[in-house]
Design a protein around this ligand. Structure first.
Ligand SMILES: Cc1cc2nc3c(=O)[nH]c(=O)nc-3n(C[C@H](O)[C@H](O)[C@H](O)COP(=O)(O)OP(=O)(O)OC[C@H]3O[C@@H](n4cnc5c(N)ncnc54)[C@H](O)[C@@H]3O)c2cc1C
Length: 291
């Protein structure tokens, strides 16, 4: 289907982009276009002006430091996959990106676009929540950092103001010894997940889990942390009994919607299985990333 008509600008500075966005009520940012273009084609959006971010080179940087990782909003999925440093600096992020869409889409789609689009089944909003990322923005009133826990408000709804641009995703540092697992189920590889789980925990001197973080996608109107499952894990060795308890707690804690793809009961059971498998991966008795 043909796109609706729109004007197009391609600013070369961030301040120019902010001014364009603030000066036009009907403007929309264009990053990789992999969500926005289908929205235009289906007439789900009809902006009068597209502000293309592709010339803002500062938004393409990946910085890895002792105090954390900073990903510019225009970092593409393929950039994350190609950066060998990230495989040790943040293996959970890299594992999740491997499940995002298909090769062609990963060559254009960006992390900032995905966070702004806020699809409830998308991997990286789930990782941002699970890893307590900060979403750094710039708008006409200045800069701010929005915690991921306050950013995702519903399906395709976020805490972004209309004139705000995401400039960076900030992830806390990742200790080398951290245990992690990522699992999702999609009908075809590259499709959005019907349910998925990202899990990490650190260990005390006796090998018991502490500071467990469990985030899930595809089972609510936004990514969700499962605090009851985290409570099951904290202080325990991740053995068969704990994994079974966590699986049951996960199925009980979510309240998934019913849709054309699956019943609520199916999704609840599936999510329990994703949590179980992710935990097995984290504990080292199965691959940490599968699906
Ligand atoms: C067939 C197909 C399969 C897909 N499968 C998956 C999948 O399995 N998992 C997944 O996560 N995604 C999937 N996607 C979506 C893909 O990952 C997109 O690339 C991503 O969601 C949006 O990134 P983008 O750079 O293309 O953003 P765009 O499409 O350009 O923009 C998306 C939205 O974000 C806004 N925006 C963009 N950048 C910024 C910014 N810096 N600040 C503020 N707002 C901004 C835009 O205005 C727009 O509203 C799929 C897409 C397709 C077409």
């Amino acid at each position: 289907m043909k796109l609706p008509p729109f004007d197009y600008v391609c600013p070369t500075t961030l301040s120019e982009a902010v001014a364009l966005l603030a000066g036009h009520d009907d403007a929309k940012l264009l990053a990789g276009g992999q969500s926005l273009m289908p929205m235009l084609a289906f007439r789900l959006a009809a902006p009068g002006l597209l502000v293309d971010l592709r010339k803002l080179e500062d938004l393409r940087r990946i910085k890895i430091a002792d105090d954390g990782i900073v990903l510019g909003a225009m970092v593409r999925w393929c950039d994350i996959q190609a950066d060998a440093r990230l495989r040790t600096a943040h293996p959970l992020l890299v594992a999740a990106v491997e499940h995002v869409a298909h090769y062609q889409i990963r060559n254009r789609g960006t992390i900032g676009g995905s966070i702004a689009h806020a699809d409830p089944a998308a991997e990286i909003p789930g990782i941002a929540l699970t890893c307590e990322a900060g979403i750094a923005t710039v708008g006409k009133s200045g800069a701010r950092v929005i915690p991921a826990s306050k950013f995702f408000l519903g399906p395709l709804m976020t805490a972004l103001e209309p004139d705000e641009i995401i400039v960076e995703i900030r992830l806390p540092a990742w200790p080398a010894a951290r245990r992690w697992g990522f699992q999702e189920f999609a009908r075809r590889r590259g499709d959005f997940a019907m349910a998925g789980a990202a899990i990490w925990y650190d260990q005390d001197g006796q090998g018991r889990a502490r500071d467990a973080h469990v985030g899930v996608i595809g089972v609510a109107d936004r990514p969700q942390r499962l605090s009851k499952v985290e409570a099951v894990l904290n202080g325990c060795t991740i053995d068969e009994a704990t994994i079974a308890q966590a699986e049951a707690a996960a199925s009980a804690e979510v309240d998934p919607p019913e849709d054309i793809h699956a019943s609520a009961a199916y999704r609840r059971a599936l999510l329990g299985t994703m949590v179980e498998r992710a935990l097995r991966g984290a504990a080292g008795v199965a691959p940490a990333n599968e699906g």
